[in-house]
Ligand binder design. Structure first.
Ligand SMILES: C[S@@+](CC[C@H](N)C(=O)[O-])C[C@H]1O[C@@H](n2cnc3c(N)ncnc32)[C@H](O)[C@@H]1O
Length: 244
């Protein structure tokens, strides 16, 4: 088992030990043909190595496509994921079979995680929909279909409560999120990372760490449209870490 040498979170972007994106992965586009966001494979490896140990069980209430599952299995941990979209779920299962791994992936609601008993997990690693700025397959419970931000936060809070239920004491929980601009309503910035920190604390988690994840600069169009509207285009996400 290749031991990842300790390093600062800022260098992970440049660690050639892992591809930034999983080579063999499921690429996706949304209804208007725009590529859907991809989870950073290097970041997945860093989080799993940093906040869990071999043999641990990692739970992911919002699985998306396969990146975190593959990283978990390749680092000799066990993966339990939840993906509400039947289409994404089926294609992930087919992908796992194709690459010869067998993580657990439920086509079920990650808000409740009803298939997972109390205290079986050792870590939470996830990336929820960022409210409704990126839309996924429309099915009951699809968080990216929510129109009201308060309704979205209400159910995110339930997933945080059930994340607490399914892991052991002293377990870490890592959420990758970004703040979002509420274009549908008043156009202001929704402090999603701040709200997720507040909700975790309300559900008994200890806020353990906040890491700024810089990513590639915005394109010129984003920069200009932002300037024309008096705000800046975002070039970072947050890695939020909590402890039970
Ligand atoms: C941020 S996305 C994942 C995309 C991301 N870049 C990734 O691969 O990590 C979150 C995923 O959560 C799924 N999802 C939304 N609401 C859910 C729910 N209530 N339970 C489980 N999965 C859900 C969506 O279908 C989407 O595939």
């Amino acid at each position: 088992m290749t031991k990842i040498k300790p390093q600062s979170i800022m260098t992970i972007q440049f660690d050639r030990q892992y591809p930034y994106y999983l080579e063999d992965r499921i690429k996706d586009i949304n209804k208007s043909g725009v590529p859907l966001s991809e989870f950073n494979y290097r970041l997945a490896n860093f989080c799993i190595d940093y906040w869990s140990k071999e043999g641990d069980t990692i739970i992911d209430p919002f699985a998306g496509r396969v990146t975190r599952a593959v990283a978990t299995e390749k680092l000799n941990r066990n993966y339990i994921g939840y993906e509400i979209s039947p289409d994404t779920h089926m294609r992930s299962i087919n992908h796992f079979e194709k690459i010869g791994i067998n993580p657990t992936l439920h086509n079920s609601n990650g808000i409740w995680m009803k298939e997972t008993n109390d205290g079986v997990g050792d870590m939470i690693l996830t990336c929820p929909p960022y409210f409704n700025i990126e839309r996924y397959e429309t099915v009951p419970g699809q968080l990216s279909d929510y129109f009201k931000y308060d309704d979205f936060l209400r159910d995110i809070r339930l997933s945080i409560r059930n994340s607490y239920r399914v892991v052991k004491n002293e377990s870490f929980s890592c959420w990758v999120v970004a703040d979002v601009r509420n274009f549908h309503r008043w156009g202001g910035l929704l402090d999603l990372h701040g709200d997720i920190i507040t909700l975790h604390k309300l559900e008994g988690w200890r806020h353990w760490d906040t890491i700024i994840l810089p990513y590639a600069a915005s394109n010129s169009y984003q920069i200009h449209s932002a300037k024309n509207n008096g705000y800046t285009s975002k070039v970072h996400e947050y890695l939020l870490v909590f402890r039970k």
